[in-house]
Design a protein around this ligand. Structure first.
Ligand code: PMP
Length: 357
């Protein structure tokens, strides 16, 4: 078996130890005589898995009892509409448009309320985080929406926006678990799992309890946060295997020093990669350092054919999935928690050699 360094934006790399542990337990989980995939969600064993997964998420992010942690399906994409459907009160919401995933959320929001784009970075190709001040926010807004880390455009907010009493909603799909965060600054956080939360099929929603509305009569059942909260994410069959992988990954983060250590490693990997990019005469990053994501780093030679050649040669050398999203072109290295420092070091060495040639 030969594993490559996988720089995919998601589904993305998982720690090797985790993959091996899942392999060991694949055919038979504990002494149940069956795999997790074959285990009913109403069993003692699965109850232990989902309970541990939630407890670990709460422990790592320091989440109080004021918040529910929900295990849902439908990806980040379904949250783009569940958020406005469920948080709607006055029928106004303020959106910060940093492109792609923020824009999709804005478009979905418009179907359910007056979704107001209060700031955008479209004028410079979504390469920066636009400034948002308190006076730009409608005090009557049901929430302010941000995409904390834009996986496609490679930008990241520096922390929670100050939205006063208006709840802040953040899509943290590609940034969750990469640093300690103050959950109390947010009304709702969601993350599709296939990056730093495990594998595809699961979406984790962290929601302040007072924002959960009694709306089951109005919404399709599955789309009501209240229904899931009241039933501990077990109203219907949850994505059992994805929750199991989530539990293993949360254990891995805990055993590797928690979020303080994840941030330290993240910043060290980004510093190494950015340090090389800054002095390279061949590669450059279109996102200024100030707003550059330390997780999804874009780079290009400025020439489409050369970019394609680089991606191909990198692939042959064991560095997979370095092409960027089709909407930006160029390359992107997605450096999640599970990417070891060694992977980034070797990629930089490969880029240096490529540049010399
Ligand atoms: N938000 C962000 C920041 C993402 O990166 C993605 C997917 N890469 C999504 C939302 C959409 O998630 P999904 O494909 O699981 O619906």
């Amino acid at each position: 078996m030969s594993r490559v360094y996988n720089f995919a934006a998601g589904p993305s790399t998982l720690p090797y130890e985790l993959v091996m542990r899942a392999k060991e337990e694949f055919a038979e989980y504990k002494d149940t005589g069956m795999s997790v995939m074959e285990t009913s969600h109403r069993t003692f064993e699965f109850d232990g898995i989902i309970h541990d997964a939630e407890a670990l998420i709460r422990q790592l992010l320091n989440i109080s009892d004021q918040y529910e942690v929900l295990f849902l399906q439908g990806g980040g994409t379904l949250q783009f509409s569940m958020v406005p459907m469920n948080l709607r009160k006055n029928g106004i919401a303020d959106y910060v448009n940093t492109g792609k995933w923020a824009n999709y959320a804005l478009e979905e929001g418009r179907k359910f309320l007056y979704a107001h784009e209060i700031a955008s970075s479209a004028d410079r190709g979504f390469t920066y985080i636009p400034e948002v001040t308190r006076d730009m926010i409608d005090k009557e807004a049901d929430y302010v929406y941000v995409c904390d880390n834009n996986t496609v455009f490679g930008t990241k907010f520096h922390g929670p926006l100050d939205t006063g009493d208006v709840p802040l909603v953040a899509d943290m799909s590609s940034s969750i678990m990469s640093e300690p965060i103050d959950v109390t600054k947010y009304g709702l956080i969601f993350a599709t799992a296939q990056k730093n939360m495990g594998c595809a099929g699961l979406t984790v929603v962290i929601i302040r309890k007072d924002l959960i509305q009694d709306n089951e009569a109005r919404l399709p059942k599955y789309l009501s946060y209240k229904l899931h909260a009241d039933n501990h994410s077990m109203y219907n069959t949850p994505p059992t295997f994805s929750i199991y992988i989530n539990k293993l990954l949360m254990e891995w983060i805990r055993d590797n020093g928690g979020l303080v250590e994840m941030k330290k490693r993240r910043d060290a990997k980004a510093a190494l990669f950015n340090g090389y990019l800054e002095q390279s005469k061949l590669f450059s990053c279109p996102v200024p350092m100030k707003d550059r994501s330390p997780i999804n780093i874009r780079f290009t030679t400025g020439n489409e054919e050369r970019d394609a050649d680089f991606v191909q040669k990198a692939k042959e050398a064991g560095f997979a999935n370095l092409s960027a999203h089709t909407s930006t072109g160029g390359m992107r290295a997605s450096i999640y928690n599970a990417m070891p420092m060694e992977g980034v070091q070797k990629l930089v060495e490969f880029m240096e050699r490529y540049e010399k040639q």
